[in-house]
Design a protein around this ligand. Sequence first.
Ligand code: SF4
Ligand code: MG
Length: 328
Amino acid sequence: EDMLLEVNGLKKYYPVAKGFFHRSNSYVKAVDDVSFAIRRGETFGLVGESGCGKSTTGRSLLRLIEPTGGKIVFDGLELTSLAPGQMRKSRKDMQMVFQDPFSSLDPRQNIKRILEEPLKVHGIGSSGERKERVEKLMNIVGMPTGHLQRYPHQFSGGQRQRIGIARALAVQPKLIVADEPVSALDVSIQSQVINLLQDLQQEFGLTYLFIAHDLSVVKHICDRVAVMYLGRIVEIADKRELYNDPRHPYTQALLSSVPQPDPKAKRQRIILKGEVPSPANAPQGCAFHTRCPHAMEICRQQRPLLADTGGGHQTACFLYSDSATSVG
Ligand code: SF4
Ligand code: MG
């Protein structure tokens, strides 16, 4: 298969200040052994509650955050072996769209300068060509070109996100990491932005990593979905498979809270006990065992690994296999 991105064993650990009684170093494992691959042209969803490590994963791919370990291969190039200065070309091919378009757009720059900036950074075009390109970008994202002299605060949230998307497209990337691109927008605007992203994908053959905190948004845009909990992926499946037959108890609980348009298909709402533990105090074994309705003894002792559970699912849960384990 033609994979644009392959992530293997990605880790991002943050050291915790040593306490008086704890002499050994300890770490917050924000991303702990995450592996997945994204096909060219696909939209891959990465879903989980806040603090589960999904944004850290997305940013590590572009090395906006330096990963602690693991291997990232993008378009045939192993990024993790490159010196930071050699990331330049790959940075151009991987762009990011952020959750909050207001804080990610410089308030002191007008739109023309904001959209020109990535072209300048990568030395693309003469000033005349850049101007032309910037106007084209505005058209592409459905914004009037007459607005180029305006500043970010003069636009609505939805328009600002269109500008954020235009900026990401400026250098003609192959992959866009969209980190909760519609979470900050009104529900009525969300579907417009999702539709725009889908149109742009068609037009430019883009590949998306689409990060979201629940399963309702990704339902309409993703081809495959990975669910994260406390720094680890607990399940990966084709979208239809994941929604029709969620295997991991955490996926089942997340899905049970997604509103169903068809009342006959109503799912039983699964209420999880307790809160998500702090990543600084992730439980041993299966990190989900403190909240899992099906937890068994083994779940407290050993960590389940992501394994093929049939139907195109990879699931990290002892309900499906007791062979794929590692000491938690
Ligand atoms: Fe629940 Fe055990 Fe499966 Fe973890 S491994 S999700 S605790 S059943
Ligand atoms: Mg986040």
